[in-house]
Design a protein around this ligand. Structure first.
Ligand SMILES: [Zn+2]
Length: 153
């Protein structure tokens, strides 16, 4: 939200890296990596968001600004508990994208879309199970019907 994560555009500004080629997005390799590109507009990130929307059974436009994106994402639910559940999912998507980006940068490899969706599903279920006493759904229930689980919060 504050634009302070160490994406390559920030590293270029701070002269940690020195060329435009070094500043390319590690996921797509097409444009300079910025926070909004990496998390919201990168074609690789979009695939993850579309998978998450499909998992949630939601059809929506993708918004490229983090704060507005979060507000839109958390507006699916109708009450505060549901919105908190959606925020947990949103955070797990952002966290998962950041982790996969770092894995690719520091260890190599590639973006495995299905593994990221599974990671999002698992982490959001773990976070909600740990943080919300009233959230008592099995992993199977959460993975197969998250909207129903969120509606019951
Ligand atoms: Zn990209």
């Amino acid at each position: 939200m504050l634009g302070r994560i160490q994406t390559r555009d920030n590293l270029l500004k701070r002269q940690v890296i020195h060329t435009a080629a070094e500043a390319l997005c590690p996921l797509c390799g097409r444009v300079e990596e910025s926070c909004s590109h990496l998390l919201f507009t990168c074609p690789a990130a979009l695939l993850i968001w579309y998978d998450v929307y499909a998992w949630l059974g939601v059809s929506t436009a993708q918004i490229p600004v983090g704060e507005v994106h979060l507000l839109q994402f958390a507006s699916i639910g109708s009450n505060k508990s549901q919105k908190l559940g959606e925020v947990a999912i949103w955070l797990t998507v952002v966290w998962s994208l950041w982790c996969v980006r770092n894995r690719i940068v520091f260890s190599g490899g590639e973006l495995l879309k299905d593994q990221i969706l599974e990671q999002v599903q698992l982490k959001s279920w773990q976070w909600l199970t740990a943080r919300r006493v009233e959230f008592s759904y099995s992993w199977f229930e959460w993975k197969s019907n998250p909207r129903l689980c969120l509606l019951s919060l």
